[in-house]
Design a protein around this ligand. Structure first.
Ligand SMILES: [Zn+2]
Length: 422
């Protein structure tokens, strides 16, 4: 999967094409699950490209990669910029990878400017690839940024298991990502992430740059129905306890209830596991992952309680048992006001009219911000809002706009534009 020719230089289109080839399947998008062989190839391309550009590569114990530019020396504050190189199964090329590679190009350009005597940086910069942002293979998502910022204990993260029972520690080991290497930079004074919007808000507002002021809240409920395994043929109908039937009723009740009473909440039931999953056995256990997203925690609380009551009704009707295996509320985040204002200013100075907006999805920047690291999240448009799908697309002129704003913002931060105001 690694191609022979080495990649050098800060041409975003070239490195983006190189990265997009890793884990690509014709017509089926990109599959680069965290800690897979494809993730390993993406990590090597990133590290090789950055080190050829003069960066020092470090890696922490959860596998986060840091391409470090020690511009201002030891003891100077750090600024981070990045995103993630892992993807969903059959995901898009832009989600995450664009943010890492744009940050890499910005860093290389600024490094060249500094070497030419263009300006004197007062801090160091690291371009970061966070491990398992997507949460496709390992849950929870935002694993690397969660460990770095202290929200998730390292040992818990390394012990996470995928669907096949493979621990994250073993999967990282298998691709040669084993333990800390190099000198990992300390908590930064600022983190900036550039990401595709994954929605249609920017396009509908006819804007090219969005500055995210905060995120929606999310409530994630995992419901498991238990019935009784039985022969699908002779077992009398009155004796059956069908967990899949209960889950199906739970899903339709969830859809009807939320659509009727909370129509502006985003809702999904997107994963179903049934056991034993044989055509000749009445389903004994069905587990469904439900999700509600909205701006308001109180509404999510009310909707979540109504949903669980509907699940209980489906349980009674089918003679099954219900277990709420997980029920988590993710509070809405507010990005750093001062850093976001600087991002907006910078966008305007670059000739754009930034839209101040909210993100429905979570991102590494949100994990860091929630852990007290001042963070800003900048969006560029996604065509038709398509995300987590092979058709995900962002136009080249929007990519260039994002890179321009990111580079200018990192330049201001490197010059001390953030800490000087403290
Ligand atoms: Zn992403």
């Amino acid at each position: 999967m690694d191609s022979a020719a080495a990649m050098t230089g800060s041409d975003l289109a070239t490195i983006f094409d190189r990265m997009s080839a890793i884990g690509a399947h014709p017509g089926a998008g990109i599959t680069r699950l965290a800690a897979s062989a494809e993730d390993g190839a993406a990590r090597r391309l990133f590290a090789d490209w950055m080190s050829r550009g003069g960066a020092r590569i470090a890696q922490d114990a959860i596998g986060n990669q840091f391409a470090c530019f020690d511009w201002a020396g030891e003891g100077a504050p750090w600024v981070f910029a990045g995103s993630h190189l892992d993807s969903q199964p059959r995901g898009g090329r832009f989600d995450g990878a664009f943010g890492v590679l744009a940050a890499g190009c910005a860093a290389l350009d600024l490094d060249a400017e500094i070497r030419a005597g263009g300006f004197r940086p007062s801090c160091n910069l690291a371009v970061v690839n966070w491990t398992n942002e997507e949460g496709a293979r390992y849950q929870p998502s935002l694993t690397g940024s969660g460990v770095f910022s202290g929200a998730l204990p390292l040992d818990d993260a390394l012990a996470l298991k995928d669907g096949a029972g493979i621990a994250l520690r073993a999967a990282l080991d298998a691709i040669g990502v084993a333990g800390e290497t190099g000198s990992v930079p300390p908590r930064p004074e600022a983190y900036v992430e550039l990401h595709v919007e994954q929605g249609r808000v920017l396009t509908e507002a006819e804007r090219r740059i969005g500055v995210v002021e905060g995120t929606w809240a999310a409530r994630k409920i995992t419901a498991a129905w238990t019935g009784r395994a039985a022969h699908t043929g002779p077992t009398p109908m009155a004796d059956r306890r069908d967990a899949l039937l209960a889950a199906a009723r739970g899903i339709t009740a969830f859809e009807a209830l939320v659509a009727a009473h909370h129509p502006h909440l985003h809702r999904s039931a997107a994963r179903l596991v049934i056991e034993p999953n044989s055509p000749n056995v009445v389903v004994e256990r069905a587990t469904v992952w439900f999700e509600l997203r909205g701006r308001d925690v109180v509404e999510l609380d009310i909707a979540g309680r109504a949903v669980i009551a509907a699940f209980e009704k489906a349980t009674r009707e089918t003679g099954t048992r219900l277990e709420i295996a997980a029920d988590g509320l993710r509070a809405p985040a507010r990005m750093d006001d001062r850093l976001s204002a600087l991002a907006g200013d910078t966008a305007r100075a670059c000739g754009f009219d930034p839209l101040i907006m909210r993100s429905v999805a979570g991102h590494d920047a949100v994990a860091l911000q929630n852990a007290g690291i001042p963070s800003a999240l900048i969006f560029i448009p996604s065509v038709d809002g398509i995300a987590h799908h092979p058709d995900e697309l962002t136009h080249p002129e929007d990519m260039k706009a994002g890179l321009k704003v990111l580079t200018a913002l990192l330049r201001r931060l490197a010059e001390g534009g953030f800490h000087a105001e403290r």
